[in-house]
Design a protein around this ligand. Structure first.
Ligand SMILES: [Zn+2]
Ligand SMILES: [Zn+2]
Length: 381
């Protein structure tokens, strides 16, 4: 497509149009140009354009950015919100529309039954700190929600339900096709009533009789302290709305806990590494490490004679145990014993005396020139 058209122009609404007007204009346009119903060869591109315009203008934040900067991604995006484009694992806009316009209801044979909304799945990534203290995250995603105009009934004011004339209330249509195996009979959900068995004499003009419509949803997800990667949180009723007032599906949020640069996690235990100077490791000492919770300082007793890689366990400073509130796993600290890389004159002499006492044979002393240079370096430091 050539020049990008103005979103307001695409939907045919005024710049100060309210959300209701935008939604209505969008649904009218979408019905016209949806590739499943339009014969226009450019239907697909036109549908995408309408879709894009709506996804921006229906979101107050994106719309404000668009009005100000001519782009939905104005400065300030990615603030506290999780962008739905990287968290959706369930349905994209196209899936929502194909279910909206073309008999997406699939189920086994039998009698007509009102189609329940499907569950939807999204992924939510949290940091290890957030997983440790628990947090509330705002997620946004697209779903079919109950139509506000008809409150899910699918009918305009005073509309009545009647038996679907096409399937005579069974919800299914049967087609017979000839094939090399003889006649093949197949049944599929009735395209007229979406398998419901009834139609509405005067459908709601907002949702076209479905009782549900595409919306951009923003909800807060409570992530409990101690959550493990891969756990699923179920938010009842926040999946796809059901057909004409049938129960909604659930939103299933798969939580991913991001890798941490200092801590590794194994169950409720946390592992980290701490530098211990050579002499302190030999003599024993106390070091302080930052814990996983805000401002948490953990005192770690390094026993005399600690070797490189030795692990010291501190109870009660791991991740909160999600099964037992108030309790925490262990913090396991690995000692990284460090030898000094550079020595001042007095340090070198002390170490030489120590080596002598241990009966060690060490590298010969530096030349006089080296020692002068070292002395100058010491003064300059
Ligand atoms: Zn409606
Ligand atoms: Zn029917």
């Amino acid at each position: 497509m050539a020049e990008k058209r103005d979103y307001y122009e695409v939907l045919g609404v005024e710049r100060d149009a309210d959300q209701r007007t935008i939604k209505r204009a969008f649904l009218k346009k979408a019905r016209e140009v949806h590739p499943d119903v339009s014969d226009d060869p450019d239907a697909e591109a036109k549908f995408k354009e309408v879709n894009e315009a709506y996804s921006v203008l229906s979101d107050e934040q994106k719309r404000a950015n668009y009005d100000r900067f001519g782009s939905a991604d104005g400065p300030g995006m990615g603030s506290g919100y999780v962008d739905f484009s990287d968290i959706f694992g369930g349905m994209g806009m196209d899936d929502i529309f194909s279910s909206f316009f073309g008999g997406g209801s699939s189920r086994g044979g039998g009698t007509a039954r009102r189609t329940h909304g499907r569950d939807m799945a999204i992924t939510l990534t949290v940091t290890l700190e957030e997983a440790a203290r628990g947090c509330t995250k705002t997620v946004s995603y697209d779903r079919l929600s109950t139509c506000e105009d008809c409150h899910g009934t699918g009918g305009a004011d005073g509309a009545k339900e009647k038996q679907c004339p096409r399937c005579h209330g069974t919800g299914f249509v049967t087609t017979v096709q000839r094939s090399i195996f003889g006649q093949v009979q197949s049944s599929s959900p009735c395209p007229e009533c979406h398998g419901d068995g009834t139609v509405i004499d005067r459908p709601c003009d907002m949702c076209g009789g479905q009782g549900r419509m595409p919306t951009h949803e923003k909800i807060d997800i409570e992530v409990p302290a101690g959550i493990a990667s891969g756990r699923q949180l179920r938010v009842r009723g926040y999946g796809e709305a059901g057909f004409r007032g049938a129960p909604s599906g659930d939103l299933i949020v798969s939580v991913q806990v991001a890798e941490h640069d200092r801590f590794q996690r194994s169950g409720d235990d946390l592992f980290c590494t701490v530098d211990v100077p050579m002499a302190s490791a030999a003599l024993g000492c106390t070091v302080e490490v930052a814990g996983i919770l805000d401002d948490e300082r953990v005192k770690v007793e390094i026993p005399a004679g600690t070797q490189f890689g030795d692990a010291i366990t501190v109870d009660g400073y791991g991740m909160p145990c999600s099964g037992a509130p108030g309790t925490r796993g262990r913090l396991i600290v690995r000692a990284a014993v460090r030898v000094p890389e550079k020595l001042t004159g007095p340090q070198r002499e002390a170490l030489e005396r120590f080596a002598e006492a241990m009966g060690e044979t060490t590298a010969p002393r530096k030349t006089v020139g080296d020692r002068i240079r070292d002395a100058i370096d010491d003064i300059l430091e």
